[in-house]
Design a protein around this ligand. Structure first.
Ligand code: PLP
Length: 260
């Protein structure tokens, strides 16, 4: 028996909680066969990022080619893309292979503060990748960087999500995890649907990999053929449960729980 197949184009997290590792673990939980193209290798654990090495462009392209020519990919996600050259390469490959169901997690900075995308790459992200997105999943600081103004109110967040759609993304989930409100309220915006998805905020230091896992869950659910709004609610529920049940791994801010 085969499962739907998906591709993640992202960075490796040696600590196993975010990046490529979170993506494969999440896809597996949703019954999707995960393939990978690694853009960068990070040396990190629950205490933080210790080193980052970007992969050569030719090797990133070769990984995508190898997977795309052989597997029947039903959805794709991007995570850490590091710089504008990698964004250009990935955008070109997605176009060339006509890869469907693109979920863009516009990863910019790790929770500990280490940059995972050069600031100069923002423009390439907007111009080359965003218009190919089925859904883009920025958190508040990432959405602020993309639209260029602060998002201190819910009205502003609605405006920003609509603006990201106008910039070419088919749909947007603007995640509210980084705001000060009691609820984690995400705003979903697509040509057919709009609305808030809320869940109670959970007080825990173990939230490493939430963004990666959310976008990987969305990608897996799209690969399984679910309608987009259903993918968004189910992915949010998965991450909520994963935060709620996160045990303590390591000595610092640990990963969420990928086991269901
Ligand atoms: N490391 C890699 C390779 C990632 O892709 C991400 C994802 O955003 C992170 C680290 C950051 O994880 P977090 O900010 O959830 O700790």
């Amino acid at each position: 028996m085969t499962h739907p197949q998906a591709l993640t184009i992202a960075g490796s997290d040696s600590g196993g909680g975010a990046g490529i590792q979170a993506d494969i673990k999440t896809m597996q939980e949703f019954g999707v066969f995960g393939t990978t193209a690694i853009t960068a290798v990070t040396a990190q654990n629950t205490l933080g990022v210790r080193a980052v090495q970007v992969m050569p462009l030719s090797l990133i392209a070769a990984q995508i080619d190898a997977v795309a020519m052989d597997f029947t990919l039903s959805a794709v996600k991007t995570g850490m893309l590091a710089d504008s050259d990698i964004i250009a390469c990935v955008a070109e490959k997605i176009k060339q292979h006509r890869l469907p169901g693109l979920v863009i997690d516009p990863v910019m900075v790790a929770k500990g503060g280490t940059p995972l995308l050069q600031e100069s790459a923002l423009d390439s992200l907007r111009r080359l990748l965003l218009p190919q997105a089925c859904v883009i999943t920025p958190n508040i600081p990432e959405a602020e960087a993309l639209v260029g103004y602060p998002l201190q109110s819910r009205e502003r967040r609605v405006k920003a999500a609509r603006e990201l759609c106008r910039m070419g993304a088919f749909s947007v989930v603007l995640k509210g995890g980084h705001c000060e409100e009691d609820d984690a309220a995400d705003f979903f915006c697509s040509p057919q649907d709009e609305g808030w998805l809320t869940s109670p905020r959970i007080q825990t230091p173990h939230t490493h990999g939430t963004g990666c896992s959310f976008s990987a869950a969305l990608c897996a659910l799209l690969a399984r053929g679910l309608p987009l709004p259903k993918c968004v609610t189910q992915a949010k529920y998965f991450v909520h449960q994963a935060i709620l049940t996160a045990p303590q791994y390591g000595q610092g801010h640990g990963p969420i729980n990928h086991f269901t």
